[in-house]
Design a protein around this ligand. Structure first.
Ligand code: UDP
Ligand code: MG
Length: 318
């Protein structure tokens, strides 16, 4: 691969983004290919949009030689859409990107430069989270703390999916067999020589965020359960720490009853113990259920996504 014929594929999952796509293409056109010394193509993955997104993509693919698209048969979620994009991307380096311009295209040149210097992964780290709400900032920071405390490998905080990956990194990712894909975790798991650059994340240019609180909570659970079994194992320790004092207390009660006879009152402590232990057991069963459910879905070996139609980029920009 000589530098001038290198192909960079931008993988862009889109879900109901009719307003953002034209603005995104506008900005990508501005990326100077002279400084890049490479060809650039955009591979959109339509993740079951219900608005005009697919029509726009079809038209773009005909008009713009550097645009290709894959249309999924329904909404599979961003992680699945990204997986589809990574599996279809043919570039020597691949960059997953959001369409809402929160991942600034100005960084592409710098990423490519670092890649040329030998980096296999170039991470874009957010300098701050000023464009997020207070609640999102707090929950994100808790998530990274808990996740990195429990799980290996650690995922870097303030780093999204925006990164450049060398061909061999993408190949390695594509070989991972799991069908429930928490990409941030998989990216970290895969390793490779990584460098970081930092950027300021701006507000979404158009349209609405596709992630509400409940979706984010499930996303966090997915991440934790995909990369840590600590929530399962902790029950052994909780069990012991409840059982041992209980045993001691039981011996004490038996002895006391033998020596000074039974005392009838004890309703309050009894009910507290029953409720507390009942609650603990339910939580434990819930955690088991989380993992069992995921194992169940994983054993079905269903594909991560289904493609309805696709259109290749005719000739990448160069
Ligand atoms: N997205 C997707 N499928 C989904 C949800 C989102 O492909 O089910 C895409 C969306 O179109 C956008 C990117 O994922 O290009 C990031 O979504 P968004 O900007 O809503 O997330 P946020 O920046 O709020 O975390
Ligand atoms: Mg966004």
């Amino acid at each position: 691969m000589s530098p001038n014929t290198a192909l960079i594929t931008l993988v862009v999952p889109v879900f109901n983004e009719e307003e953002a796509i034209p603005l995104f293409i506008e900005e990508i056109r501005k990326v100077s290919l002279d400084t890049l010394h490479a060809k650039l193509e955009v591979l959109f993955v339509n993740d079951g949009s219900t608005d005009a997104t697919l029509r726009i993509l079809r038209a773009l693919q005909l008009q713009e030689s550097f645009v290709g698209y894959i249309d999924l048969s329904r909404n599979f979620g961003k992680e699945a859409a990204m997986t589809a994009g990574l599996e279809h991307a043919t570039g020597d380096a691949v960059i997953p990107m959001d369409v809402d311009l929160q991942d600034p295209p100005e960084l592409i040149a710098e990423m490519v430069a670092r890649w040329r210097e030998g980096a296999e992964v170039v991470l874009a780290r957010r300098a701050n989270r000023d464009s997020d709400t207070v609640l999102k900032r707090a929950t994100a920071s808790w998530f990274y703390k808990v996740h990195n405390w429990l799980a290996t490998p650690k995922i870097p905080d303030n780093v999204g999916d925006y990164r450049l990956m060398d061909r061999k990194v993408v190949e390695a990712l594509n070989r991972l067999p799991e069908s429930r894909r928490f990409m941030k975790g998989l990216f970290a798991w895969i390793g490779f020589q990584t460098v970081e650059i930092s950027y300021t994340r701006s507000e979404r240019v158009a349209g609405q965020t596709k992630f509400n609180g409940w979706k984010l909570w499930n996303f966090a659970m997915e991440g934790l359960t995909s990369f840590s079994t600590a929530p399962l194992q902790i029950w052994t320790y909780i069990g012991f720490s409840v059982a041992i004092p209980s045993l001691v207390y039981a011996i004490f009660i038996v002895l006391r009853s033998l020596v000074i006879g039974t005392d009838v009152p004890g309703y309050a402590s009894l009910i507290v113990a029953i409720c507390f232990l009942g609650g603990l057991q339910l939580i434990g069963i819930g955690v088991l259920g989380e993992y069992l459910g995921r194992t169940y879905l994983e054993t079905k070996k269903r594909p991560v996504y289904v493609v309805r139609e696709s259109g290749q980029a005719q000739s990448p920009q160069h």
